[in-house]
Design a protein. Structure first.
Length: 686
């Protein structure tokens, strides 16, 4: 009888799958029925990972299978054999720089299908921590400085992945903005800052994308480690209605008591503070109630049920991924991520023909570069394209010469020199912050090449801003190419050759100097404290810039960026006109026309900013609340329509701990970047 009951629940839960893995009452009842049958030892076993670090304990008696997890944001890695190969997608900041929801959705689906092919049910991605300083070693994995852009990117990724039946894990909750001493330095921020800047991406992933799992961060938040932080997990994440799994980052717990009461369910990668004798001791003396343990098991099992994990065996299914489709998805994304910062004298696109010699050189020219750590992916053998591969693949009509070192004769006669520089998995990675400056040898290389020619196109691999001051005026063009994945070389060649116009836009403000970023002042605070041994238990970084992060701080701090948030050149030009704002649904529809006035088909990212005119408290001068990217043929015009919901006008009120909207006038700004507003209108909110 019991068996029949469970099978029926299994059927209902399996049907629930078609509804996007939302946890339904049927999933909850099925989980509760299982929890009620579990012994204490089984419950304790369920809440931690197994010794291999990326899977969980099975309870065969109750039909609960072992679940397998894998990193990470750019492809599938670390399952069993360390060097498993997988389609290597562009990194997170590159995905955000596309401002293309559909392409990111396809990335999520591509990594999801690869996960199924490898028998992985839970993927440890996306990473969404907000970009605060160029120095953060993990910026490359994340989605930039703006909570709206990051939320939209995360939702697209998660929906794409979960549609494949693979659970996404959004990480790292919360305030993981630096890697320097990442286990020790507390990120200290006020409630408004957390709610307006650092939480929205997680919240939208929960409310809109129904993400299955959330991973906590290594850092303490306001003094308490995230994996043991009930104020963070229970009072925020759970209060938003999250009923899925909260797991710790790998080795980030310190106290059984705090973990048990935190609202976090899973200790990963294995039991450190959840060893049976530790948990039992606290249950026996009544310091922790068994209800806390049951709740963790309930969250875990109801989420498994919603994803159908209780009904299908753990098996790799190579047919789940069509590698050709994955490569195509990776290529399309890689085409749209690179951001063209500068293009003097129209050196780009490059010119084909025997007469136009194009020299390619630099340490990253013939390498598949990736940020390091858990975001690193082993690309498919023989598939990945370097920039050299891409340039050589342009065909007979192109005269490309690859140089190991600067050769004066070649450089002098070249019509352009593509110089490939930047960081790699040794110099930009988790567990340490990176440098703002290019390696001295690379700067010397630019100078050496510049002594023969100024027809230089610098291609930079990095996860964020770098110092371009020493050499920017010696080169004609600069492209931020991020870590573009295994199709990156082919994609960059398509852009350099003019087959495709660049269409990436900065997902952060490019200040032009490290200290030009107002937040940097507070970011630096911590290393000074760090030298003070007496205070080592109180290491912290204060989020002193508050909500005025990135472009939100431009007016507030009177600080001028070199390249504004949302900026990026194309090979064409656009004209914006005919702004119309009409009430619609819970807000307004904003529509306008964009005409391609240049000579090339190109994509334009139109951005919508809301600027309160009479705020009752200090607010950023403008905030991004909508965007859309459209391909516009030369000479043609496209009408954009963006919706502004009621939430586009609100701010977080600390006193009442709620969101509030001031009545009054708001300017509605449409622009090509935060610093290039093309059209202005206004609305009055009651
Ligand atoms: C990282 C996580 C990752 C985990 C498992 C940790 O070091 O912070 O992002 O998912 O390792 O590899």
């Amino acid at each position: 009888m019991k068996k029949l009951f469970l099978t029926l629940f299994g059927l209902v839960a399996a049907l629930g799958l078609t509804h996007g893995q939302t946890i339904t009452p049927a999933h909850q009842e099925r989980a509760a029925a299982l929890v009620s049958q579990m012994t204490l030892d089984e419950k304790i076993a369920l809440i931690s990972g197994k010794v291999d670090g990326f899977s969980t304990y099975a309870i065969p008696r109750l039909g609960i299978p072992s679940i397998r997890m894998a990193d990470g944001p750019q492809g599938v890695r670390n399952i069993g054999e360390k060097n498993i190969q997988s389609t290597f997608f562009p990194c997170g900041i590159s995905a955000a720089a596309t401002w293309n929801r559909d392409a990111v959705h396809e990335m999520g689906a591509g990594i999801g299908s690869a996960a199924k092919a490898h028998g992985v049910q839970i993927m440890l991605c996306p990473g969404v921590n907000i970009y605060r300083s160029a120095l953060c070693g993990r910026n490359f994995e994340y989605y930039g400085e703006d909570p709206y852009l990051a939320s939209e990117t995360a939702v697209s990724f998660i929906e794409g992945m979960q549609k494949e039946g693979v659970m996404a894990t959004i990480k790292h909750f919360a305030l993981n903005q630096e890697e320097y001493d990442r286990h020790g330095v507390s990120s200290n921020a006020d409630e408004r800052t957390m709610n307006e800047i650092y939480f929205p991406t997680f919240r939208k992933a929960v409310e809109k994308a129904h993400v299955g799992a959330v991973m906590t961060s290594y850092n303490p938040v306001n003094g308490t480690h995230a994996a043991e932080n009930a104020a963070l997990v229970k009072d925020n994440l759970r209060a938003w209605g999250f009923e899925g799994i909260v797991m710790t980052d790998w080795v980030s717990t310190y106290s059984t008591l705090n973990f048990m009461n935190s609202g976090v369910d899973f200790e990963m990668p294995r039991a450190i503070v959840t060893k049976p004798e530790m948990v039992k001791a606290l249950l026996e003396n009544g310091v922790v109630s068994e209800a806390e343990l049951d709740e963790k098991c309930q969250h875990i099992l109801q989420t498994y049920a919603a994803f159908g994990f209780l009904d299908k065996p753990l098996e790799a299914d190579p047919s789940a991924e069509d590698p050709t489709v994955s490569r195509d998805r990776a290529y399309k994304l890689a085409l749209e991520g690179p951001v063209l910062l500068k293009n003097d004298d129209g050196i780009l696109p490059l010119k084909s023909g025997k007469k136009n010699l194009i020299a390619v050189l630099g340490p990253n020219a013939n390498a598949i570069v990736c940020g390091g750590g858990s975001g690193w992916v082993n690309p498919e053998d023989g598939r990945a394209s370097t920039i050299v591969d891409g340039m050589k693949g342009l065909g007979k009509n192109w005269n490309v010469e690859v140089l190991g070192t600067p050769q004066p004769d070649v450089l002098r006669k070249a019509s352009a020199v593509v110089l490939c520089l930047g960081f790699d998995s040794n110099t930009e990675k988790e567990n340490s912050d990176r440098k703002y400056y290019l390696d001295k040898k690379q700067v010397a290389l630019i100078e050496s090449v510049a002594s023969y020619t100024d027809k230089i196109v610098v291609v930079v691999n990095s996860g964020g801003e770098i110092d371009i001051r020493p050499w920017a005026d010696k080169v004609k063009a600069i492209i931020l190419d991020w870590y573009p994945g295994q199709e990156g070389g082919n994609a960059l060649a398509a852009i350099l050759s003019g087959k495709v116009s660049p269409s990436g836009r900065l997902p952060f403000t490019f200040w032009g100097s490290l200290d030009g970023n107002p937040a940097q002042k507070w970011y630096k605070e911590m290393p000074q404290l760090h030298n003070d041994k007496v205070r080592q238990h109180y290491r912290y970084t204060t989020y002193g810039e508050g909500v005025f992060l990135g472009y939100r701080g431009v007016e507030h701090f009177d600080s001028k960026p070199l390249y504004p948030f949302g900026y990026g050149l194309t090979y064409s030009s656009f004209d914006y006109s005919d702004l119309q704002i009409v009430p619609a649904g819970d807000g307004y529809d904003v529509s306008f026309t964009v005409r391609n006035t240049g000579k090339t088909d190109a994509k334009e990212v139109a951005q919508l900013y809301v600027a309160p005119e009479q705020p009752s408290i200090l607010r950023p001068a403008q905030e991004l609340k909508g965007y859309d990217k459209q391909l516009i043929a030369k000479g043609q015009a496209v009408r954009y329509t963006l919706h502004l919901g009621a939430d586009a006008f609100r701010y977080y009120d600390i006193a009442s701990r709620t969101w509030k909207t001031d009545p009054g006038r708001y300017e509605i700004r449409v622009g090509a970047s935060a610093g290039d507003i093309k059209l202005r209108g206004n609305v009055t909110v009651d």
